[in-house]
Design a protein. Structure first.
Length: 130
């Protein structure tokens, strides 16, 4: 039997109208460093070398809609970001130009949108980790 090739998730890539601008937002929010930067492609990541995020400039980018509706660009994914202090984390994200979503489906999670409109969730883990 032929051995299976190795797979390692390197990053999740988000399209943006301006990749460097959106990368700076997440770099400041998460305290990451830029692993690779080009005019239309930026890769911020944790200093421990684990998977980070990548941002690519998409000239025809359309902001996703949250919550999803019957028309417009639908959200196809979102980031879940664990924090240790939800009110302070929300305040920090807002100071970096995130916006608080009008619709909040859970009392212990805050849905925000980054400057390009991608939704992301901030939460404090309350149960055991799996």
């Amino acid at each position: 039997m032929k051995p299976s090739p190795g797979f390692t998730l390197a990053a999740t890539t988000l399209d943006a109208p301006d990749a460097p601008e959106l990368a700076r937002f997440y770099q400041n929010l998460l305290g990451w460093q830029v692993r690779k930067g080009e005019p239309d492609w930026v890769e911020p990541a944790p200093i421990d070398g684990t998977a980070g995020l990548s941002f690519q400039t998409e000239p025809r980018f359309t902001r996703p809609r949250w919550p999803s509706g019957r028309s417009g660009q639908q959200m196809t994914m979102h980031l879940d970001i664990e924090v240790d202090d939800l009110p302070a984390a929300v305040e920090r994200a807002l100071s970096l130009r995130a916006t608080l979503a009008d619709f909040q489906p859970q009392s212990d999670v805050r849905v925000l949108c980054d400057p390009a409109g991608h939704p992301f969730c901030l939460f404090v883990r309350t149960g055991p980790s799996v």
